[in-house]
Write a protein that binds this ligand. Structure first.
Ligand SMILES: Cc1cc2nc3c(=O)[nH]c(=O)nc-3n(C[C@H](O)[C@H](O)[C@H](O)COP(=O)(O)OP(=O)(O)OC[C@H]3O[C@@H](n4cnc5c(N)ncnc54)[C@H](O)[C@@H]3O)c2cc1C
Length: 759
């Protein structure tokens, strides 16, 4: 997470990680705009580069060759990456509405969400055809089709709907790959039949006649049945129907045509063209609202309409970046005129390409190699990220233009603040942010946020004892909503590990200084995330304190309730020799986030870690308690080994850990192997003196992971050995799929080192 000392004065929000926005992010990464916070909202963490997609399908590239890692690029750009889908705009409030998180405010908005396949025009197509976009769904279906072909004993009929460059290129790539797969398995590739359907009179209607002829020839040579003037009107299981009423059998129907704008744009009030694409001027600002920009397929430049192609989206990146920057600096955005002609290099699947430019056409293997070189060079711009330019000095010298009242606020926001109560975030900011939130209500809360007072008053029901814990840490993710979720989950972990139910929580937070509205939103986003987790745990938020600080940080004091009989409390000290050690979540968060800060992870690894950190330990604790756990703790900062020693010591036992059985987050072994460790690791490594056989395991690739500090980690418990398998099965069925027996407890030996590590 890149920290900026600049107060946030303006928010530029990018919706969609398309070909234009990746260029914007890179440019802002190389030259940050002081006072501007960039936020990317995208439903994909890895966005495909369209030029190489057919090559991926053909098997010439792997997944990472053809996808841009948006999480990593955003990190480089100092931008917040919000993994979500935009579903609407509230332009009056200046907010993007999202499918699964609170609205995201903007000062300037840019939309680059590509086009959406229009399957509604053909009955049954939504259920029985697979659209290439969104790409993650296509990839899933494509991998499933590959598997089917690998195990097929019968023939397969594949129909591609769409005779443009995308459809033809995709068909040829699929055919090349599937035939190669069958040949490699000693199967007859001729059992695969391909058909192309287009409503046009020929394939590639927007290209020159000689290019169309070349492709007609290639398709004929490859035995593809081409159906022109054949608009598909219906798709059903096993086939499709064309407008002339003819039925055509097909086992798989791939849809690469009739794209339009996303349906949710219709309710935004933005002017759209007949296909639902956003109308923009030469500055890439929407004709309706100068604060809203659009680029790529989703935008139609009213003065320069062009084909929907990735090449235009890419070229719009630099002018879009410039105009967004100008716009927040109150400078006049500059017009941009897209080129009229462009070179298209269209591959035929087999490392061979046809070039098309205006009336010109050519073909050959050398053209494919040239295309490959161009495409790889493009992708390298987003994987080999250049060093960043130093940002300019902070505060009032910021180039972002603010006037009048705004300027007064900005200056007071960046003025020196005193400590003590002066460091408190303004009461109205806090109450507005919290006022929009609804903590769960409990009968045992007498005075809480519903009737705020100097302190909360909470009843402890008869027969219950109070379990009390506190946790606090600084944000390690740039999304305050996700950070709030994880901070709350982390704090609740101690309560659940004791076998208690959560009752109430008070929050303490620090928020970097800034404009009141920005601070308010950060508090709101963070507390909305936290509240979602607290409410889910039936834990009432009853109060809190928010102050200004260098960094965003959040913690909770949490009260829990437990039956006051000692046997119901899951302690660290009850381990019995012979018990099995069970761990409910994978480890590796420390190394992964250290690597993320150095741009040395893959976005999907961080997605996996965040998903794990957001998962509550509540149900796992209930299950462990029921299965007769003799001891339990939640894994946090001391790492697996530290927490295990905290259990073996008071229990008076030794333990053995099987390194090969440890559940590990995707990517953690790679980042540890690259020598990237959390800054807390050295303190944890001091505990290696508890290991009986360090010499035997110190070179094991998983050895460093036993010291890796965890955030919102899983539960580590000792379970009577005869119940361990059933317990693991149940935990997996409860949604903890990585649960594993990771070792055993044994009687205390003579030596001073309680832990044996087996490879
Ligand atoms: C098989 C195939 C091959 C092609 N080959 C070429 C080629 O060689 N050259 C070429 O120029 N063009 C090619 N095209 C066309 C090209 O794919 C598109 O023109 C290009 O992808 C458009 O880019 P974009 O930036 O507008 O959006 P996209 O690349 O589609 O990116 C949009 C991004 O926004 C995200 N998104 C969408 N909706 C939302 C939402 N509501 N909230 C948040 N995020 C959202 C998506 O997940 C995606 O990451 C091809 C198309 C196909 C189907």
């Amino acid at each position: 997470m890149q920290h900026s000392s600049q107060p946030v004065l303006r928010d530029i929000v990018l919706v969609g990680g398309g070909h234009s926005h990746v260029g914007v992010l890179r440019r802002f990464g190389m030259k940050p705009a002081p006072g501007v916070r960039l936020t990317l909202i995208c439903r994909d963490t890895h966005t495909p580069y369209s030029g190489m997609l057919p090559g991926y399908v053909a098997g010439h590239y792997d997944y990472d060759d053809v996808h841009i890692d948006l999480r990593r690029l955003a990190e480089f750009a100092g931008a917040r990456f919000l993994s979500s889908e935009a579903v609407g705009l509230d332009r009056q409030a200046g907010q993007v509405l999202c499918s699964d998180r609170p609205p995201v405010p903007y000062d300037r908005l840019s939309i680059n969400i590509g086009s959406t396949p229009q399957l509604a025009g053909a009955s049954g197509a939504s259920d029985h055809a697979v659209a290439v976009k969104p790409i993650h769904r296509f990839n899933h279906r494509w991998l499933a089709l590959l598997e089917r072909v690998r195990s097929a004993t019968n023939g397969l009929r594949i129909a591609v709907v769409g005779g443009g460059a995308g459809g033809v290129e995709l068909l040829l790539a699929m055919q090349y790959r599937l035939r190669s797969e069958m040949q490699a398995r000693g199967q007859n590739p001729d059992r695969l039949q391909f058909a192309l359907f287009t409503r046009g009179q020929s394939v590639l209607p927007t290209h020159a006649p000689n290019v169309r002829q070349r492709f007609a020839r290639v398709l004929a040579e490859r035995g593809v049945a081409v159906h022109c003037n054949a608009e598909v009107t219906a798709v059903e299981a096993g086939g499709l129907q064309t407008r002339d009423g003819q039925q055509h059998p097909a086992d798989e129907v791939v849809w690469v045509t009739r794209a339009g704008g996303a349906p949710w744009l219709r309710d935004t009030g933005l002017a759209l063209d007949d296909n639902g694409f956003i109308q923009v001027t030469d500055t890439l600002q929407t004709v309706t609202d100068p604060a809203v920009f659009a680029a790529g397929d989703i935008a139609t430049m009213i003065n320069h309409p062009r084909e929907k192609a990735g090449v235009f989206a890419v070229r719009q990146g630099p002018p879009l970046a410039r105009n967004l920057r100008f716009s927040v600096e109150d400078r006049e955005p500059q017009p941009y005129r897209p080129q009229r002609r462009w070179l298209a290099l269209i591959s035929t699947g087999d490392r061979y390409a046809v070039a098309s430019r205006g009336a010109l056409g050519a073909e050959g293997r050398a053209l494919w190699r040239w295309k490959d070189w161009i495409d790889r060079r493009f992708m390298a711009r987003f994987s080999d990220l250049p060093p960043m330019e130093e940002s300019e000095s902070s505060g009032p010298r910021s180039r972002v233009a603010l006037e009048g009242e705004e300027a007064r606020q900005a200056l007071s926001a960046v003025a020196m603040r005193c400590g003590g109560c002066g460091a408190k975030v303004g009461a109205s900011t806090l109450s507005r942010a919290l006022g929009a939130l609804q903590p769960v209500e409990r009968d045992d809360v007498l005075i809480g946020l519903h009737a705020p007072d100097d302190a909360a008053v909470v009843r402890i029901p008869p027969g219950k004892a109070l379990v009390h814990t506190v946790d606090f840490f600084r944000a390690f993710v740039d999304d305050p909503y996700v950070f709030g979720q994880i901070a709350a989950n982390h704090a609740l972990g101690d309560i659940f590990a004791m076998g208690a139910e959560a009752q109430t929580a008070t929050a303490v937070a620090t928020v970097p200084q800034g404009l009141e509205a920005k601070v308010e939103d950060t508090v709101y986003q963070m507390m909305a995330g936290a509240l979602e987790i607290l409410n889910d745990a039936d834990c009432a938020l009853v109060g809190g304190h928010t102050g200004e600080g260098q960094e965003l940080a959040l913690g909770f004091a949490v009260n829990g309730l437990i039956d006051d009989r000692a046997e119901d409390i899951m302690r660290k000290s009850g381990m019995q020799p012979g018990d099995a050690l069970v761990l409910t979540k994978p480890i590796g968060t420390g190394t992964l986030f250290a690597a993320h800060a150095r741009l040395a992870t893959r976005g999907r690894w961080i997605d996996g870690a965040l998903q794990s950190m957001r998962q509550s330990n509540r149900e796992a604790a209930g299950c462990l308690h029921q299965q007769g756990a003799t001891a339990c703790t939640d894994l946090t900062g001391f790492g697996l080994l530290g927490h295990l020693v905290e259990m073996t010591r008071p229990s008076g036992v030794d333990a053995t850990l099987e390194l090969s059985s440890l559940p590990v987050l995707d990517g953690a072994e790679e980042t540890v192997a690259a020598g990237i460790l959390s800054s807390l690791q050295p303190a944890n490594v001091r505990l290696r003196r508890a290991i009986r056989n360090p010499g035997a395991v110190k070179d094991h690739p998983r050895y460093p992971l036993v010291f890796d500090p965890q955030t919102a980690g899983g539960l580590l418990a000792s379970i009577p050995a005869d119940r361990a398998d059933a317990c693991v099965r149940e935990l997996r069925s409860l949604g903890y799929p990585h649960t594993a027996v990771i070792g055993q407890v044994s009687a205390q030996g003579e030596g001073l080192e309680p832990i044996q590590l087996n490879p």
